[in-house]
Design a protein around this ligand. Sequence first.
Ligand SMILES: Nc1ncnc2c1ncn2[C@@H]1O[C@H](COP(=O)(O)OP(=O)(O)OP(=O)(O)O)[C@@H](O)[C@H]1O
Length: 262
Amino acid sequence: MSGVALLEVSNIVVRFGGVTAVGGVSFAVDDQQICGLIGPNGAGKTTLFNCISGIYQPNEGDIRFRGEMVTGQPRHRMIGLGIGRTFQNLALFRSLSVRDNVLAGAHHLGRAGFIACGLHLPWVGREAARLDAEAQRLMAMLDLTAVAEVPVASLPFGTQKRVEMARALIGQPRLLLLDEPAAGLNHGEVDELAGLLRRVREGFNLSILLVEHHMNLVMNVSDKVVALDFGRKIADGTPHDVRNDPDVIAAYLGEAPHERAA
Ligand SMILES: Nc1ncnc2c1ncn2[C@@H]1O[C@H](COP(=O)(O)OP(=O)(O)OP(=O)(O)O)[C@@H](O)[C@H]1O
């Protein structure tokens, strides 16, 4: 694997009818790297994200994950390969408890089918106990233990976002895609999120690709930043370099991006 990026996106093009949402974007994410993906509204961030997570199939270009071509693979296959994600507007089972939502993220790991469960085979119980222990560990790490049995619908938005992250993490991703994790959070929660992202990266030995409008968070937590505008890449480098890039500043209507923090 040495010399091969964890994720390699090459010349991705996505068109919706006459609209070119992504017009030939390339970038790479390395092992254990936090990469921020930024750009003004309509720049193509979500569309690119949806290609990487298997929701959209690009019209052109390639996506390689751990050296393997995965372009156009369906979502369940991407999860199996190690690409987990959260959604901007959350995609939780609202009437289920936090614990059950977290466990729902592990369904592709289980080997226990209908017949094995019906026969009460011993390894089925062992597998369930192992997953439950992992869910407990994740809930502790994401400060969810106290609400483990609470239906997610009754929890504050910031807590629900942590549930979604725990659900993605129990799937043992090598790459975690986070779609606007700071949206809807207050200042204190955003500060905690920065620390949490670093702990998650260290604790799970994974990489994070982060779409985010909250510039302070992106610049503070990312090892590298990729900036898009009108479906094209306009910068790719360290937070310092991207923040000072003239094209990035121009894309944000003359404001330095770090001054645009929510
Ligand atoms: N399903 C769709 N059908 C048609 N056009 C779309 C569709 N999804 C996105 N677009 C268009 O593609 C372009 C890129 O949109 P996209 O949502 O990827 O941008 P974004 O950078 O994620 O924006 P935001 O920050 O507002 O979420 C926009 O012009 C958008 O209107």
